[in-house]
Design a protein around this ligand. Structure first.
Ligand SMILES: [Zn+2]
Length: 254
């Protein structure tokens, strides 16, 4: 019980700090309609946060794959991110926010053309764990419409906020959750190119890395990727899109 209490306390503190950092109110009853500044859990009392990212998929046995994921685009640093990935021949997974696409269809096309996978990150970065089933469905469907048929069978719940209701609705839409186990903390205002590089260099085969190509100035993320990717590749690691996010994997049930 003591460990559980400590855990809840720590999560609570993290949530309070995160809320303070992104300037939201502490009531937290209204999901944000703007792209995330943070992926920290916002409502620890209501969500089930599981750092283990693999609920319905696994890396191939014996592989050296690392799964780099980039959230909240398309936006400010998507082109730069694509350039770095191309230069290092790295394939990643982009979790797109439907609302962010707007006039950025060319970025989405480039993501597809260059062999990356695309996942659903909701229409406007809503905290799904506080929504009704109808609202969850609307968030995921509306984003799927904007992204188009190239999205795979996966979604990433903003803030990692997920519960069984979210899972059920998503599953009916043919989408499975993809969380992460290595956070670059690039959403934190205290992060720097050096701190993000250091986080990235901790990656090992099987890891799912959380980073961002939009939702704020991500120049630190770009610097981190430029520095870390060649080092990780030199170690013999390979980068692959999350398999269930690859286009053509989604089969809606209804
Ligand atoms: Zn996000």
């Amino acid at each position: 019980m003591k460990i559980r209490t400590s855990f809840v306390l720590v999560i609570g503190i993290v949530a309070v700090l995160a809320l303070a950092a992104c300037g939201t109110t502490s009531s937290g009853t209204t999901p944000s309609t703007s792209p995330a500044q943070t992926h920290a859990v916002t409502k620890a009392s209501e969500v089930e946060y599981k750092p283990a990212p693999m609920e319905n998929w696994k890396p191939p046995a014996g592989s050296k794959y690392i799964y780099l994921t980039l959230d909240d685009g398309p936006g400010s640093n998507t082109i730069e991110a694509l350039d770095v990935l191309k230069k290092n021949d790295v394939k990643a997974t982009f979790f797109l926010i439907g609302k962010m696409i707007r006039t950025r269809e060319a970025m989405v096309k480039r993501i597809i053309d260059e062999g990356h996978a695309i996942g659903n990150h909701t229409y406007d970065h809503a905290d799904l764990a506080v929504l009704s089933k109808a609202q969850i469905k609307d968030q995921l469907e509306h984003a799927a419409e904007k992204i188009g048929p190239e999205a795979g069978a996966c979604f990433r719940p903003p803030y990692g906020a997920i519960n069984d209701k979210v899972r059920q609705v998503a599953s009916k839409l043919g989408m499975q959750p993809v969380l992460w186990n290595l956070d670059t903390d690039d959403w934190s205002p205290n992060s720097t190119g050096a701190s993000i590089t250091a986080k990235l260099l901790q990656a090992k085969p099987g890891d799912v890395i959380l980073a961002h190509d939009a939702g704020g100035d991500r120049s630190g993320t770009i610097a981190g990727l430029k520095a870390a990717l060649p080092v990780l590749i030199k170690k013999g690691y390979e980068f692959a899109p999350v398999p269930i996010c690859v286009a053509g994997t989604r089969e809606p049930i209804n």
